[in-house]
Design a protein around this ligand. Sequence first.
Ligand code: 6PG
Length: 241
Amino acid sequence: MENNRIRIFESVNDLAQFALEWLVAKIHEIPEEKTLTVALSGGATPKQLFEYLSFQGQKSVDWKRILFFWSDERCVLPESDDSNYRMAKNSFFDKLDIPEEHIFRIHGEADPIEEAERYSRILKDNVPLKHGLPRFDLIILGLGEDGHIASIFPGNTQLFQSEHFCEAVKHPSTGQQRITFSGPVINNAIDIVFLVTGSQKAEIVLKVLNAKNDKYPASLICPCYGRLTWLLDYDAGSGLL
Ligand code: 6PG
C-alpha cells in the first residue's frame, strides 16, 4: 500500500466495511502471540463505525487481539455524555467480548496534569517503543472543522514538538480541559487513519490537503515511518472528486 492514500466511499457503511476488512487483515499480519495497539479518536464520527464493527465484526474479528487506547479525552466523568470513552463503551465495547484489561481508559475525572503523566506511563508500559516513542499499530483520527486533530487545536501546534507522550490542554473556545496525545506520538504510528464523514467537513478536508503552512494541525500529521490513509464518505470527499 502506498504511504499516503485517500479512499472515498459511497456511504459510511461502505467505509466501515473497508475498515473492518482492513482491521481483520492487520490482525492476520501480526504474530499469533502479539496484540494490535489501536488508539481511538473521540467526537461523533467514530460512533457509526463502532456500531458497524460491533455488529458486523462480532465473528470476523478476534477482538481479544487488540489493545484499545484513546488519542484524546475530555476531562469529564466516564459517565458524561461528553466522554469519548462512554461513546465507545455504549456503541462498541459493551457489544463485544473485549477483556477489560485491554481497554486503557483516560481518566477524565482525574487532575489533568497528573492524568497526562499517568497516561504517558501507560503508553510507555503497554505500547512498543520505537525511536523512544510509543509506536501504535493504528491511530484513528477525526478532523475538526477548524482543522484540529485529537485535542491539538489551531494555535497549539507546538504540541508537535512536545517531549511528552501526552499533554493536558484546553479547548480554545469552551475552555474544556482535555488530555491529548502529542504530535510526535501520533506521527510515530505505523498506520494513521483519518475518518471523516459529512458535507460539513468537505471544505476543511480540502484546506488541510492543500495547506502550505501549519495553520491546521491536521496538515502536520505526517507519519515518520508509517502510512497515512484518509477514509472519507462521499460528502466529506466531494471537493476532491
Ligand atoms: C474529540 C476528538 C476530536 C474529534 C474531531 C471531530 O475528542 O472531540 O478526538 O479531534 O475527532 O473534533 O469530531 P466529530 O467527529 O464530532 O466531527
